[in-house]
Design a protein around this ligand. Sequence first.
Ligand code: ADP
Length: 397
Amino acid sequence: MKILILNCGSSSIKYKLYDMAGPAVMAAGGVEKIGLGGAFHKVKIPHARVDYADIPDHNVGMQLVLQSLVAPDGGVLKSLDEIDAVGDRIVNGGPFSESILMTPEIFSEWRKYEGLAPLHNPVQAESIETVSRQLPGVPQVAIFDTAFHQSIPQEAYMYGLPYACYEDLGVRRYGFHGTSFRYVLQRSAEFLGFRPEEKRVILCHIGNGISISAVRNGRCVDTTMGMMPNEGPMMGTRTGDMDPSALLYVMEKMNLTPQQAMGLTNKESGVLGISGLTNDMRELVEAAAQGHERAQLAVRMYNYRLKKYIGAFAAVLGGVDYIIFTAGVGENQPPVRRGCLEGLEFLGVELDAARNEQVFGEEAVISTPQSRVTVAVVPTDEELMMAEDTMRIVAGR
Ligand code: ADP
């Protein structure tokens, strides 16, 4: 079975074509800067290449992607008919609690929640319609970033706003990175040999965006991201938690529109805003090591806020058996893993400091054999999880 996985952002389409017999990635790449100057199509697999083109909208972007899959030079398919199914990543799935076959009825039901992710859901709707036109008859499966978190109890997902904000506007914690969490939980259980139904697990997805989730008996009971993907620890360019009144104060003093305030808090803040240097944790940690004071402050804030949530979720779970690190920083930055676990010995965390320094992007245990809590690195693979969901749901129709 050949499955095309799509991940549409506000100005991008990332894709991977899987042959599920392996599973093997046949093609991968992305169209970026859609509707902006300098748009391009970057092919990563089978052969690295960048093609600049005029890409005014997602429809044209999708056409470019599909054409490249069947191109006489470098295409991996003879015909688009070889694509058996498409899996679409959807940022906010409202109340949907699992991946689902996208029928016209489901599509119109989901569109009611479009406003909940204003930067993503509308382009994802457009992408689903584009695929229906360009690949007629090919089943599409919707995979929701929020689905994993639908098990969170009401006391954890409500905000302390008047109840009508929840009832009438749908304002609540939805959580994100759910597909990554599902994959990492499943892989951790296989790799470490435990049954999630019996354990307390804290999953730390630390990339440009950061989510930490508390999982009890295999079900998510709390997560740090909220209604939008900007709550919890401080991130690369996002504030994470802050007093909403402080934001209103800044908006008033700086005369910002809501859209400008979204830009400020999502794109100009976090470690970038504090350091004034970079949102890239590799560069930040390096600058801090060379004595850059605001880079040092940003690193301290970053680690402190991660630690605070690991501690909070240990309290939520009544203790913790496994702490798992994943995503760009979690997989590849030993100083961050060390920094955010420092002082958590009272929880039973004993890091193997030497081992931690050696682990980059691979499955590995980084706690000592005596540690009561097993700490491990497990690389995420959201696209593979999406492809597996798509195959299962299409096969079971
Ligand atoms: P996104 O949330 O955009 O998917 P990623 O999971 O790719 O982000 O994480 C990006 C972050 O991970 C950056 O801060 C980057 O510095 C860090 N990172 C990614 N790969 C590496 C690596 N090989 N070594 C060190 N840091 C890395």
